[in-house]
Design a protein around this ligand. Structure first.
Ligand code: NAD
Length: 464
């Protein structure tokens, strides 16, 4: 696929030199010229991004509907409005975030000024996934632009409708001397990663995260890796099953289960499972009707490959397979951790329930596995929720809630261990895309005061 010159970086035809080098060179030169550093320029780019979101809202909604059959409501809420809020927040706080931060001084530096300067890294690469293709591409972009960087954006090739809008329309709004969209899948992204960037921000699977980090290591390029994994959800015996079921079902089946922070599986006692199952069934039919596959509030699985993967999880339970790429929300009970559905992130509308005997066994189960991106605990007893918080680790944690915390830009989004490294949203994004430079400015006079520090040190005691 060839792009239009100027706005997008065309992909190399087989056997030809990689032309993205020219684009990168152009962006580097812009950065060196200092064009992206002033607050006014950064604000102009953020405003342009805001205009892109407002003026192309319908285009984006249609693309999201084509890619994932997202309803306009869900698309607005979780993608377009969320991005707009981040743009507005960055514009409102840009000057404050950009200010040098004075730091504490000691006797030796009393007469100097010491501060942290947040400066742009330079040329930044953002690689995005398909599941929230607007949100997860543009929210990192807000941070990168606010911090004064030049940006190469690589949207997911799988969410084709959105990729097209981002490649063809977005560059018309942003300054093309410091911004480019590059298209392509694994092969083209691999080629892109051979180039040197000053920062790489990647959102996707842990498998590809390792490829990105290995490529970045060759240039000693710092990375943020926003990855995935299996997010446990502990449900205590002391709970109201219907309240838990409503909240878990909402967040498990949102975006047809294709959410990195969705509760992936439930851990509870057999008794709680027995109370939870009818409550989950009731929540599902209340939210999505008696035939959820016809619900306008459920989307579809992104492509056939992912659909087949989900179908394979259900093969021990179903004969004949699923009927369409819009599978109904499914709950699996008495699941063992050796079953296929427990071997990898589900990323679909399937919710397995595994039985444990109480909180200690649940904590042990969680701590024996990779650190998750998100962890959920439901209980009427706050001590249970606090114990889960105190004795485990995860990128984020919610007690008696789902991933509603994503609406707070005052909280960072990021993983730990296998679920990633680094964080963003709100000011965390600005900090992620800024190098924190340690600065000390002294005076060239007052030399008498400095005499004490020069060698020879043999008479040092007498100088005091
Ligand atoms: P993915 O890792 O397959 O792809 C992500 C990006 O990497 C895409 O742009 C793709 O083109 C590129 N890519 C794929 N293979 C590559 C390769 N071999 N070399 C270089 N680049 C390559 O992920 P996905 O399927 O798009 O998204 C789903 C995954 O993303 C899930 O694991 C999910 O948990 C994770 N995710 C994480 C977050 C988060 O905030 N932590 C958010 C959304 C999704």
């Amino acid at each position: 696929r060839w792009g239009r010159p100027g706005s997008r970086c065309p992909l190399p035809p087989p056997g030809r030199m990689d032309p993205s080098a020219d684009t990168l060179q152009r962006l580097r030169e812009t950065f060196r010229s200092g064009r992206t550093r002033p607050a006014e320029f950064r604000a102009s780019q953020l405003k342009a991004l805001g205009r892109f979101l407002q003026e192309n809202k319908q285009l984006l909604q249609e693309a999201l509907a084509r890619d994932l059959r997202k309803s306009a409501f869900e698309g607005d809420l979780s993608e377009i409005i969320t991005c707009q809020n981040e743009v507005d927040l960055a514009l409102k706080n840009l000057h404050t975030w950009m200010k040098d931060q004075p730091v504490a001084k000691n006797l030796l530096t009393q007469l100097s000024s010491a501060f942290i300067r947040k400066e742009p890294f330079g040329l930044v690469l953002i690689i995005a996934p398909w599941n929230y293709p607007v949100n997860l591409t543009l929210i990192p972009l807000v941070g990168a632009l606010a911090a004064g960087n030049c940006v190469v954006l690589k949207p997911s090739e799988i969410s084709k409708g959105t990729e097209k809008v981002l490649a063809e329309v977005l560059p018309r709004y942003l300054d093309q001397s410091c911004f480019a969209v590059v298209l392509g899948g694994p092969e083209e992204t691999g080629q892109l990663l051979e180039h040197k960037f000053d920062y790489i921000f990647f959102t996707g699977s842990p498998r590809v995260g390792k490829i990105v980090m290995a490529a970045a290591a060759k240039h000693l390029t710092p990375v943020t890796l926003e990855l995935g994994g299996k997010n446990p959800c502990y449900v205590d015996d002391d709970c109201d099953p219907q309240t838990v079921a409503n909240r878990v079902a909402l967040f498990r089946y949102f975006n047809t289960g294709q959410t990195c922070v969705a509760p992936d599986y439930i851990l509870c006692s057999p008794e709680t499972q027995a109370r939870l199952l009818p409550a989950l069934q009731s929540a599902i039919s209340r939210f999505y009707g008696d035939d959820p596959r016809g619900s306008p509030d459920l989307g579809r699985i992104i492509n056939h490959k992912h659909f087949q993967r989900l179908q394979s999880y259900l093969s021990p339970w179903l004969t004949g397979g699923l009927a369409s790429r819009a599978p109904a929300p499914t709950v699996l009970v008495d699941v063992r951790d050796t079953e296929p559905v427990m071997q990898e992130e589900i990323f679909g509308p399937i919710l397995p329930i595994l039985n444990v005997r109480g909180l200690d066994e649940a904590i042990d189960f969680i701590n024996r596995r990779e650190k998750p991106l998100a962890l959920y605990a439901f209980s009427n007893n706050s001590q249970v929720v606090n114990q889960m918080l105190d004795r485990t680790s995860s990128g984020s944690f919610a007690g008696n809630e789902g991933f509603i915390y994503l609406t707070l830009p005052s909280l960072p989004l990021g993983g730990v261990g296998n679920s990633g490294m680094g964080r963003y949203h709100g000011e965390f994004s600005f900090d992620t895309f800024s190098h924190h430079r340690a600065c000390l400015l002294s005076h060239s006079d007052l030399e008498k005061l400095n005499e004490i520090r020069y060698p020879p040190y043999s008479d040092w005691n007498q100088r005091l």
